[in-house]
Design a protein around this ligand. Structure first.
Ligand SMILES: Nc1ncnc2c1ncn2[C@@H]1O[C@H](COP(=O)(O)OP(=O)(O)OP(=O)(O)O)[C@@H](O)[C@H]1O
Length: 595
């Protein structure tokens, strides 16, 4: 128990919660390993017997039963070694697959503030490089180390049995070798944390430049990108080299200890033969056992290092796993009517605790009402959408749905009734069908349902025009589609979800007139009969809303219809409209009632 704790295994083993198929593999692998070690330990004994009886065998040769026994031992040794290798390796693969799955599960369930803090490239590196380090230790290292440990103990028993006096030098060398291993292990752990975080930094840089490759090329920044990546790789190289230097020193020390042990044993052995207390066969067997034992000791020490390295690399994996999934409030199954209320809501982003993003917001939205949030950049419009979606919790005040506190309803139940159409729609690299069906987790979506949603979103015609139709692959983040097409797919997705509450982050970039009309008409269909919160940028949308909420600096400055707000010429809304009209919009939008 104490050892497991010292090795840092305890919490990790608990976290791994080995499944039944893994347990039986480990148990069977251990049994095979003990058998293989037992057979391996029998071999020097056989050799000693042969050496000591060489005179008897000189005439008639080695008797048949002896040859047969040796053959059986060799075959059994080969079979048990093979089985051990297979069982331990496959158990390792299963454990690593499980760790990977659980890590992904944990990360994907973490609340948004966690994702604000962690870079995508860094998290991907945890899943790939860090898990790979664990993989190597578990599949290659752990099996070998256990075998070596058993061999070490068995070998020591044989050495003591053969000659306690001759074993004395080993009583010094073996602990020394294990001590060197333990010392180096501690430094390895520290170093490998550095190696893994440098690796994560390199991954982060590469991921960032790859995902913005169009911008990089448009600004001729390819060389700049290469230099930035080279800097991170240089750092990685430096820490890896330092690690290798240290490893070389420890390996050298181990080899010296092993060779010294052998030399001293041979010298002492010869002396004991001369005194007549040891036979040549026994010395031969002793040397064979001693080399097994010293090899095993250095391999245990080596594994210790590699395990420490693994712990260094996987500390963060296990820290993440320990964090566990945040308790997702059970889906209470409550149906929402669409009324939303924010009462005295104050909020600062966890990353910027000093800056108030929302400062006492009071907002009542009736079921089916269309509310446009307007205001200058940074006013807090998206923050309100984030709070309604439950991405963050208000610091003070209440978020109510149908008059019930959001916490009481549960995040999953709230989200089940919400759909979002983002400013720049997020699409996955799969097919159009998969992207639309994403709206309904946990159930198969029929082709008819997909087509119906796509028709309402004015997306069916362009989708059908593709040779692969709904199975057309859209490329990473939908790069193979136009802006208007992406938006209509996002609208089809929202329509399929059939939400009571809709959050619409209006795209700022204008589409061409025909595309704009199609998107607008699709949005009008989507908004029908749903509570809609629009983060609005276009006057056409703003003017159509039932109510306009004008925000500035985290507070609501004005509320009312377009006409009501325009009657306050000194108000922020009138100023915003004047500003927009001056810069871009035709005057008729200002007065939608007039033809
Ligand atoms: N994830 C975040 N972490 C820290 N601060 C944030 C985060 N997101 C937004 N902010 C800050 O919160 C404030 C409100 O931002 P918000 O995105 O709500 O503004 P907005 O009104 O939607 O602006 P825009 O019209 O430009 O999108 C801003 O000062 C912004 O810098």
């Amino acid at each position: 128990m104490k050892f497991r704790r010292a090795a840092g295994w305890e919490p990790h083993l608990e976290r791994l919660r080995l499944a039944y198929p893994v347990r039986w593999r480990v148990a069977a692998g251990l049994a095979c390993m003990v058998a293989a070690v037992g057979l391996q330990l029998a071999i020097p004994h056989g050799i000693a017997y042969a050496v000591d009886n060489i005179d008897r065998f000189r005439d008639g040769g080695i008797p048949f039963h002896l040859v047969l026994t040796m053959l059986v031992v060799v075959v059994l040794y080969a079979v048990t070694s093979m089985a051990r290798f297979y069982l331990m390796h496959t158990a390792g693969y299963r454990i690593v697959a499980r760790v990977r799955r659980r890590l992904f599960d944990t990360i994907v369930h973490q609340p948004i503030p966690f994702h604000d803090q962690h870079h995508v490239g860094e998290l991907s590196s945890r899943l790939s490089a860090d898990v790979m380090a664990l993989h190597e230790s578990l599949t290659m290292g752990a099996g070998n180390a256990l075998r070596s440990l058993t061999l070490l103990l068995g070998g020591l028993a044989m050495l003591l049995h053969l000659s306690p006096v001759l074993s004395l030098p080993l009583a010094v060398f073996i602990p020394a070798s294990l001590l060197v291993g333990k010392r180096s292990g501690a430094s390895y752990r520290e170093r490998s944390r550095e190696v893994q975080s440098s690796m994560a930094a390199a991954g982060k840089t590469a991921q960032e430049y790859f995902s913005n490759v169009r911008l990089v090329q448009a600004f001729n920044q390819q060389d700049g990108a290469a230099r930035a990546y080279a800097r991170t790789v240089r750092r990685l190289l430096e820490v890896s080299m330092a690690n290798a230097r240290m490893m070389a020193v420890y390996q050298g020390l181990q080899s010296i200890l092993t060779l010294l042990a052998l030399v001293v044993t041979v010298c002492l052995g010869v002396h004991l033969i001369a005194q007549g207390v040891l036979s040549i066969g026994e010395l031969t067997a002793f040397i064979l056992y001693a080399s097994m034992v010293t090899d095993a000791a250095s391999s245990v020490a080596e594994f210790w290092n590699s395990w420490m390295r693994t712990l260094g690399a996987t500390d963060r994996i296990f820290a993440l796993l320990r964090e566990g999934q945040p308790p997702l409030a059970a889906d209470t199954g409550r149906r929402l009517g669409g009324a939303i209320a924010l009462r005295g809501v104050r909020f600062s982003y966890p990353e910027r605790p000093g800056m108030t993003a929302l400062d006492g917001i009071d907002l009542e939205i009736a079921p089916g009402e269309k509310v446009a949030l307007v205001g200058p950049s940074g006013a807090g419009k998206s923050t309100i959408a984030n709070l309604i979606l439950g991405h963050y919790r208000p610091e003070a005040g209440q978020m109510l749905f149908d008059g019930v506190d959001a916490a009481e309803i549960g995040l999953a139940a709230v989200r089940r009734h919400i759909a979002i159409v983002e400013q720049e729609p997020s699409l996955f690299s799969g097919s159009i069908a998969e992207n639309i069906a994403f709206a309904l987790p946990g159930r198969e979506v029929t082709r008819e349902e997909l087509v119906a949603a796509a028709r309402l979103a004015h997306a069916h015609d362009f989708i059908s025009a593709f040779p692969q139709g709904y199975d057309t692959v859209v490329g990473e983040r939908g790069v193979q589609l136009s802006g208007g097409q992406k938006q209509r797919i996002a609208i089809a997705r929202a329509l399929l979800r059939d939400p009571g509450i809709l959050i619409l982050d209006e795209a700022t970039s204008a589409l061409d007139a025909a595309s704009e009309r199609l998107v607008q008409s699709a949005l009008d269909t989507l908004m029908q009969g749903r509570t809609t919160i629009i983060i609005a940028h276009r006057l056409s949308t703003i003017a159509k809303a039932d109510r306009i909420v004008v925000m500035d600096d985290g507070v609501v400055r004005q509320q009312g219809s377009h006409a009501e707000l325009m009657r306050q010429p000194d108000g922020l809304y009138a100023a915003l409209i004047r500003n927009q009209v001056q810069h871009q919009m035709p005057a008729r939008i200002l007065h939608p009632a007039s033809p």
